[in-house]
Design a binder for this molecule. Structure first.
Ligand SMILES: Cc1ncc(COP(=O)(O)O)c(C=O)c1O
Length: 370
């Protein structure tokens, strides 16, 4: 079972090596830190308000990198206008750290708030010339990458890519590490015995089915996800919402990010939408801390369209979704009234798409019976 999952993962991501044992994205990240760093090493990654995840955090905020692996975390410079890593400033920062005797051991691209592809290609030759490892955390965008959308980190120069198997990759909750044969032994040893003992085999079976489904339907699915996100962003902007990333066409991923500071703030918007049967999450925006907001009541809302896409919604339905959101947040309609309309709308989308029709098909695909 595990070997089948490994084989499918390698084919799906065109990776020479795959480890399907990490039981979560956090475990995958920690395994990569274990494989490629030592405690005390400097790691460069995005700060949380700029889209970074708590697994990249320093010790003082309880981040996995700092607190668990003992890494000395420095932040990747970020350009708020383009909502992306600032390539020139990143180079300058690495030069400065190196001159101070704190050369980074690893750079981690990727993040939780992730609208546009990160500049892996632009920086990887430089990083390699400095003997700095290039890691890419595809937790959120793994399904898009599998479907040939967004970016292809392993071809762009990443040494290793890790991720969750339950976000845009529509599998069971879990993690995966993808890399090159030359790193196989050090990654395997970092996963077991360092970070996983029992690797939840029932989830490994689910991962294998998800990989097989993405090999069969991933291109179609990922392309529809990205088109839906872009359309939802446009529909929300046309209804008066402040949508981030406008200069770049709002998004190239599954996410749409709104600045709701003038709509009552992230906490209130999240709650009013939840009461209307619309699940989104409040999210820190790059400028929130500077402007006195905190993670409890941040300025942003992050919306992901991967799940409604899997239920069969296309661009036309994104206009309906934007309209539901506008009714509650812009026109202040009572959430109970909108909730009933959302439930009625949602009744038309109860089938899982981009999936094998029968439970047998997944097994036929991997030819369990020779
Ligand atoms: C960028 C990023 N990496 C890693 C993780 C951790 O993933 P998991 O929830 O699978 O542990 C997350 C979770 O949201 C994330 O956003």
């Amino acid at each position: 079972m595990e070997l089948i999952a490994v084989d499918l993962a390698k084919r799906l991501f065109r990776a020479e090596f795959a480890d399907v044992r990490p039981i979560a994205g956090v475990t995958a990240n920690l395994s990569v830190y274990t494989a490629f760093t030592e405690p005390g090493d400097v790691m460069l990654s995005l700060a949380i308000p700029n889209g970074g995840h708590i697994t990249y955090g320093p010790k003082r905020v309880g981040g996995t990198a700092g607190r668990v692996r003992g890494l000395d975390v420095e932040y990747l410079p970020f350009d708020e206008e383009s909502m992306n890593v600032d390539v020139d400033a990143a180079r300058r920062k690495i030069e400065k750290l190196t001159a101070e005797g704190r050369k980074p051991r690893i750079v981690v691209f990727g993040g939780s708030l992730f609208l546009f592809p990160h500049p892996v290609r632009e920086l990887s030759d430089y990083l390699r010339s400095m003997d700095i490892k290039v890691a890419y955390d595809g937790a959120h965008v793994l399904g898009l990458i599998a479907g040939g959308e967004f970016q292809d980190p392993l071809r762009e120069g990443a040494d290793v890519m890790m991720g969750s198997t339950h976000k845009t990759l529509p599998g069971p909750q879990g993690g995966v590490v993808l890399s090159w044969e030359r790193y196989a032994d050090q990654i395997k040893q970092a996963v077991f015995p360092s970070n996983v003992s029992n690797h939840h085999l029932h989830h490994v079976a689910g991962k294998a089915v998800a990989f097989a489904e993405m090999l069969a339907f991933g291109r179609e699915y990922a392309s529809q996800v990205v088109r839906n996100a872009r359309r939802l962003a446009e529909e929300l902007a046309s209804r008066g919402f402040k949508v981030l990333g406008e200069a770049k066409g709002y998004t190239r991923s599954h996410q749409v990010v709104l600045d709701v500071t003038r709509n009552g703030g992230g906490m209130s918007v999240e709650k009013r939408l939840e009461d209307s049967n619309i699940i989104v999450n409040r999210n820190l925006l790059p400028y929130d801390l500077r402007e006195g907001r905190s993670y409890k009541d941040p300025g942003g809302i992050r919306i992901g369209v991967q799940e409604v896409t899997r239920l069969g919604m296309k661009e036309g339905e994104m206009a309906d979704v934007a309209e539901f959101i506008a009714r509650v947040i812009i026109r202040n309609e009572p959430p109970e009234r909108v909730a009933a309309d959302v439930a009625e709308f949602r009744r038309g989308f109860n089938r899982v798409n981009y999936a094998f029709e029968s439970p047998l098909e997944a097994y036929e695909y991997v030819k369990l019976v020779r």
